[in-house]
Design a protein around this ligand. Sequence first.
Ligand code: CMP
Length: 386
Amino acid sequence: MSNVPIPEGLKEILLGFTIEVIRNHPRNICDFALQYFAELKNNESKVKGQKVKFNNEAMQIGSEDEDEEFVAPVINRFARRVSVCAESYDPDNEEESREPMVIHFKTDEQRQRLLEACKYIVLFKSLEQDEFFRVLDAMFERPVAAGEHIIEQHEDGDNFYVIQSGIYDVHVMDNGITRLVGTYDNHGSFGELALMYNTPRATTIIARTSGALWCLDRQTFRRIIVKNNAKKRKMYDDFIQTVPLLSSLETYERMKVVDVLVPRQYTDGQQIIAEGESADDFYIVESGQVRITIRRPTQQEGEMYEVEIATCTRGQYFGELALVTNKPRAASAYAVGNVKCLVMDVMAFERLLGPCMEIMKRNIRLWNLEVKIEPVGAVDKCLRSL
Ligand code: CMP
């Protein structure tokens, strides 16, 4: 047998397959093999000549022929990155985009769960479809035990995490005192800041329960998400500079705001916010007009009608009141004609718009005086509590 030539790449392919079998424990190895090789083939044609890299650091199998290089899956994929260089990402760098792509094989069931978990992830929302699929390909699942430290404050960033399941507490250590500043409950994502801005981890994140996370490696995150954000910055920077609310922010703070904004479109009459509902987003109008209304009782007992109390146009914002006061929505918002908004979720709002909070509170009071409508119910209570 020793003289029989082994076809090039065979060893690597079989090794890659074996590792995925060990990792996934499929019930039926034949079915798994069918899926694995179909996906392998699919990825091969999808990347059209780009090298497919099945995963990263721990084990790489070189090949004599550069063009046929095949990199086998990593075994120790949860190993924490000890240190990372503060690389800067150049979105126009052709070399960067020719780097091999990371692909972690997934069963159909895993892929389905991953898609579901990523549906509402803000950072993925402005990706083109093919970029989004590249991100999904690169993600891998990590089981989590209760009490596990996923992220340590001040360390370098290794992965971005999307929650599949479990409760995760966010702690910040300041002057030797540790404070609980937030909790993720079975959905959401974290760990983007260190990767986006090349900074140390801002918080410590500890699993309160067991669960599972989807991880995206730093390289892929930077290559796809950061690149996409650079495009977004170019697109929205001029507009953001004209938003009066954000004028007190430093340039780098405004950039961070742009990074988390997601564009949303509405058609004439569409409800954007419903009075009484819980609030999780903040809106800046990019184009069109938005009517803000509140419900008031009619003469007939139990009947209500809606009164317009304000309109917002380009550069103005709404949806801040409930986020500032932590109360349900005090008013509704409707699109007048076609409307484009840039939307920020509550976590980013709290983190990034702290410096604008005083302006918002002041504006909420001004708004009340200007419209000269005696606010009722929730609005009234909110305004008094400010
Ligand atoms: P990163 O700094 O990479 O790692 C810790 C993560 O905690 C951070 O990214 C955010 O995703 C997340 N996080 C949650 N709440 C906060 C907060 N109040 N300030 C900073 N980061 C936060």
